[in-house]
Write a protein that binds this ligand. Structure first.
Ligand SMILES: [Zn+2]
Length: 330
């Protein structure tokens, strides 16, 4: 296969703290010999496990970039054993634009794996992770939240996998992250996901959904920072005591957890995030935008559980995700 055009401006395998870039040549109208410069920090102290840490897989999800900027700016090599590879802006063009997908090629990083060395900008970044960075890693933490169009209760997640040894290691790392909610996910459409690329290599993956609405809060950022530190202690990379509090364990066993809109309109949520709901409970109503005197469309829970995600904007379109129910794993 072709060589990937990305080159790191710092060593990936030398002791010390190194701040630099993944440099991706990208010739364009405003910069003939220009490059996309993706910020990168590598911190290494001797032999030990490697953690690959990513934020802004989707460019409008901000807890990860904030927690990773702080980690990169404050960690000294003597604080760790092994190596941290920190990329706060995974889909960097999307992150700079504050959009879910890349403004260059509309690429969704979490649908671009395994990528292509001669593909679009997004596919080139995916290929560099697939063939260069992931093989170096023992575990990966990939931060998500709801972005501009969804909001979530703050959770860490791990996938139900065919490889039960990898699944158990992922569940243990999710528990170490210790978000207020912990979710076991059966991924319905896993093709192209970074998560799948990590898991198929037999590496440990923790992913999250820490909030949403296209911003972050003091609480969601604190959850990201605590979880990151806990996972790195769990992996034997950082010294210190894990900070553990109670977590609510949930599963998402099937399609009945998800409700999707079948029309456009004015969105009225009828329950708040974290609220227990029973099958048949009214979760949302969608009112017409263009007339009065008409009844709203009603969306009702198809299972008992907790409301863990909701559509965020005040208007909704046909096909948008209305709400998601998580089911108690206890
Ligand atoms: Zn995301």
């Amino acid at each position: 296969m072709k060589q990937n055009p990305i080159s790191p401006t710092i060593p990936l395998n030398r002791d010390g703290v190194h701040h630099g870039f993944l440099k991706l040549p990208y010739s364009r109208d405003d910069s003939a010999w220009g490059s996309v410069m993706i910020p990168l920090t590598v911190i290494r102290n001797g032999e030990g496990p490697t953690a690959l840490l990513t934020g802004a897989n989707h460019g409008d999800e901000f807890e990860g970039p904030i927690a990773l900027q702080e980690l990169a700016a404050t960690t000294k090599s003597e604080d760790i054993t092994g190596r941290l590879i920190i990329v706060p802006g995974f889909n960097y063009p999307a992150f700079r634009a504050g959009t879910r997908t890349s403004p260059i090629d509309r690429g969704n990083m979490n649908r671009a794996f395994p990528g292509r060395p001669d593909g679009t900008v997004t596919e080139k970044i995916a290929d560099y992770f697939q063939r260069t960075l992931l093989p170096m890693a023992d575990l990966a933490v990939d931060f998500h939240s709801g972005g501009k169009t969804l909001d979530f209760v703050p959770f860490a997640a791990a996938h139900i996998l065919e490889d039960k040894a990898t699944q158990e290691a992922c569940f243990a790392a999710m528990k170490a992250f210790n978000a207020p909610y912990s979710v076991e996910l059966l991924e319905i459409d896993s093709a192209g996901m970074y998560d799948t690329a990590v898991e198929e290599m037999g590496k440990v993956l923790v992913t999250t959904e820490l909030g949403g609405g296209g911003s972050s809060t003091a609480r969601s950022n604190a959850i990201a920072k605590k979880g990151l530190r806990n996972v790195l202690i769990h992996a034997g990379i950082l010294q210190g005591e894990m900070q553990l509090e109670e977590t609510v364990s949930l599963t998402m066993p099937d399609d009945d957890c998800y409700l999707f809109s079948e029309g456009d309109g004015l969105f009225e949520i009828m329950a708040d995030l974290g609220q227990p709901v029973a099958r048949g409970d009214l979760l949302a109503r969608i009112w017409p935008l263009d007339r009065t005197g008409q009844p709203p469309m009603e969306y009702r829970a198809r299972r008992d559980g907790l409301l863990i995600s909701r559509h965020f904007p005040g208007l909704i379109k046909s096909g948008d995700c209305v709400a998601v129910i998580g089911v108690s794993a206890a």
